[in-house]
Design a protein around this ligand. Structure first.
Ligand code: ZN
Length: 497
């Protein structure tokens, strides 16, 4: 290791230490902090975030990285330098006054959004959203792009992705899914969802969740499960990955599937190379790939027929008497219901991606100046009717439902849909490489799949661009095919369509 590379590592480990403290403060804020701690916590976090920003944009770091680039280190060091230089250049392109203005405007917008949603008054939020769109356009110009402003924003969450490519894939998805949703809507059969509803004590749900976490391979010696209003996962540092879930005694599916989903995120973090902590090779490659890990465990595995054979004995153990006489097929039907909803976070596997396609198209059109913020409510509702056959009761349930835009998160939504697509790609390839996968899942042996994911995805960090990583893992160019085939096969059988 050269002396310059050692200095680079030292700088990065300082940034890592600050980020680690920030993550712990954020985790604490969502789980344990009393409400009156909010004001001072915000100040502390802003101060730490400022330190991170100063260090990450320090010209001395830039000079060090420019000097290191292309100096013939080993492949790992070269990848770290390449990615750090990419991050550095991105960070310094956005002028400080724009960063400050975005921070101030989004703080106001978050308050306005919360009030607008509570009171169902879109005009309270619209002017601030208009300002945010203007600022995001300026940000895109500062960052630079080849084809369109949206690409510059997308690149933050999904490096190398391009809006035109995604739009083409998503159009294919939409064309295929809308008729599937329509057919499912016409089948009013009782899906037996009551099986997992009502009178399911939280203590049993918690024991079940921990049991499943352990079986899946989430390391509870290197992680925790706690409670928060909205489930999430976060890595504080190697050996300390935090998951949260949310219990509802009337609905087992909520905690069951949010725990499995977050475990998928957490196992990705636990599988990143610990010796590269604070460096790009120790980081997740993109939000889309991150989401593919959570979705694969939640849906392709957790909602599979094979998983029901594993799950049923556990349900009997943790809820004595409740599941006597229930067959795995009944569970399979109950956890795989297609029911269009106006609300994204309540969406099932088939309708979820349609919610995302709608959001991405609106964001892209806003950034290009083709539509105006004022048009959003009506465009939103028209599209919901066309794609899902539902119209939101009001704006609170429609265009105001998501918090993301108030944070200035444009280009973020598509990563959810990419996660669904990548999950199907990876599952298909894993099944090819692991012919006994279904039997292993049925008997609760998840290690072969986890090992496969560790090998193909986790251990690589940011070595390759996200799309190339998935390509290398599966041996095929990622697209919509496996995802659509998976949904057609599964829901075709369950709904006889
Ligand atoms: Zn997720």
């Amino acid at each position: 290791m050269t002396e310059a590379y050692a200095r680079y590592r030292e700088r990065m480990s300082e940034i890592q230490a600050l980020n680690s403290a920030l993550s712990l403060l954020s985790w604490d804020q969502e789980t344990l902090m009393p409400p009156r701690g909010l004001a001072s916590r915000s100040t502390t976090r802003a101060a730490l975030a400022g330190l991170v920003h100063d260090r990450a944009t320090d010209p001395a770091l830039g000079a060090l990285l420019e000097g290191l680039a292309g100096t013939g280190q080993d492949a790992a060091a070269a990848a770290n330098v390449r990615e750090s230089l990419r991050d550095y250049r991105r960070a310094v392109r956005v002028p400080r006054d724009l960063v400050t203005e975005l921070a101030e405007t989004t703080t106001l917008a978050q308050q306005a959004w919360a009030e607008a949603r509570t009171r169902n008054e879109w005009p309270l939020f619209a002017p601030l959203l208009g300002r945010i769109v203007g600022l995001k356009r300026r940000e895109a110009e500062a960052l630079g792009y080849r084809d369109e402003p949206y690409d510059a924003l997308l690149d933050e969450y999904e490096p190398g992705a391009r809006a035109a490519d995604l739009a083409r894939i998503f159009a294919e998805v939409r064309t295929a899914l809308v008729p599937l949703v329509e057919a499912a809507r016409r089948d009013p059969a009782d899906r037996g969802e009551d099986l997992l509803r009502g009178g399911l004590p939280v203590a049993g749900q918690d024991a079940l969740g921990r049991h499943i976490l352990k079986d899946l391979g989430f390391d509870l010696e290197g992680g925790r499960l706690d409670l928060s209003a909205h489930p999430f996962s976060t890595q504080i540092a190697p050996g300390d990955v935090r998951l949260t879930t949310h219990y509802d005694a009337d609905d087992l599916q909520k905690s069951l599937y949010s725990t499995i989903h977050e475990a998928g995120h957490g196992m990705y973090e636990q599988g990143l190379p610990a010796d590269q902590v604070g460096l790009p090779l120790g980081e997740a490659v993109s939000l889309g790939v991150h989401e593919s890990q959570s979705r694969l465990w939640e849906n392709q595995i957790g909602r599979s027929r094979a998983f029901m054979s594993y799950l049923l004995p556990l349900l009997r153990r943790h809820f004595p008497g409740r599941f006597d006489g229930v067959a795995p097929e009944q569970l399979d039907r109950a956890v795989n219901v297609v029911r269009p909803s106006a609300i994204r976070i309540e969406a099932d596997e088939v309708t979820y991606t349609l919610h995302i396609v709608l959001r991405m198209e609106l964001e892209r059109a806003l950034l290009r100046g083709e539509i105006d913020v004022a048009d959003l409510p009506s465009l939103w509702n028209e599209r919901m009717r066309a794609d899902l056959g539902v119209v939101p009761a009001d704006d609170a349930e429609g265009v105001l439902q998501d918090i993301h835009w108030s944070f200035g998160l444009f280009g973020y939504f598509p990563t959810y849909a990419l996660g669904n697509l990548y999950a199907a790609e990876l599952h298909l390839a894993a099944k090819r490489d692991l012919p006994g996968l279904d039997d292993e899942v049925a008997r609760g042996d998840f290690l072969p799949l986890l090992t496969w994911l560790r090998e193909r995805i986790h251990r690589h960090g940011r070595e390759l661009a996200p799309r190339e990583l998935v390509h290398a893992a599966t041996g095929r160019e990622p697209g919509a095919g496996p995802y659509l085939d998976y949904l057609r096969a599964k829901f075709g059988a369950l709904y006889a369509v």
